[in-house]
Design a protein around this ligand. Structure first.
Ligand code: AP5
Length: 217
């Protein structure tokens, strides 16, 4: 099963991608995580991407497509994958379709997590991420057992550089201008499923399982 998790910043794409990974044993491909790793390691890609990401803008299609093409070529994607934060522009969506088509593959299911901007601004101020293993938390919706400490590896929890209010608002603007038109693109393909992103994390998981059953893939 090949998934796309679609939605604005903070909609819960990463959270649900982890659930899909655990439930369906397929890898998560998060372009945001790959770019953040590059920033952390100060690789040439990371140096280029850092300023763009911190401003809330999108990294170029060319750079992101090269990342995704390399990742999808790995053998762990043979039985499916979940794309998180990609595609984000029409050229990215068209390039993905062409890339998958070359290998007789296609996207089976696009899950759109729908949520209003003001909910996101409030929600993202409570996000914390483990600086060691990358596990995600929320101070109210999904708190760690011990304040500031990762449940899984005891690493320190940190706030993302782009989770300040001004950058969140810029990311939302970019989403509405460049990414949300993709909803129509996938709706026309007949495999876009809308999910209420304000439901609880567990309720969304149950909905995703029902959607997967209904697709018969
Ligand atoms: P990226 O890392 O993809 O960020 P994003 O799309 O802005 O999404 P987020 O990671 O902020 O949110 P999410 O939807 O995954 O939510 P999460 O599950 O963490 O991209 C970062 C940057 O990289 C971009 O701005 C861009 O510069 C660049 N980039 C990446 N991909 C690119 C591309 N394809 N093209 C060009 N540039 C690209 O949840 C958020 C919080 O809410 C967490 O604390 C979580 O615990 C909590 N939460 C989750 N679900 C719920 C719920 N149902 N109820 C309550 N709380 C919840």
């Amino acid at each position: 099963m090949n998934f796309i998790l679609f939605g604005p910043p903070g909609a819960g794409k990463g959270t649900q991608a982890k659930f899909i990974v655990d439930t369906y044993s397929i890898p998560q491909i998060s372009t945001g995580d790959i770019l953040r790793d590059a920033v952390k390691s100060k690789s040439p890609l990371g140096v280029k991407a850092k300023e763009i990401m911190n401003s809330g803008a999108l990294v170029s299609d060319e750079v992101v497509l090269a990342i995704v093409e390399e990742r999808l070529a790995k053998s762990d994607c043979d039985n499916g994958f979940v794309l998180d934060g990609f595609p984000r522009t029409l050229p990215q969506a068209e390039a993905l379709k062409a890339l998958l088509g070359k290998n007789s593959k296609k996207i089976n299911c696009v899950i759109s997590l729908d949520i209003a901007d003001e909910v996101i601004v409030k929600r993202l101020s409570g996000r914390r991420t483990c600086s060691v293993c990358g596990a995600g938390y929320h101070l109210l919706a999904d708190p760690p057992k011990t304040d500031g400490v990762c449940n899984k590896c005891s690493g320190t929890l940190v706030q993302r550089d782009d989770d300040c209010e001004a950058t969140i608002r810029k990311r939302l603007q970019v989403y509405h201008e460049q990414t949300s038109p993709l909803k129509e693109y996938y709706e026309n393909g007949g495999f876009l499923f809308h999910v209420d992103g304000t439901s609880s994390i567990q309720e969304i998981q149950t909905t995703i399982q029902s959607i997967v059953k209904s697709t018969n893939v």
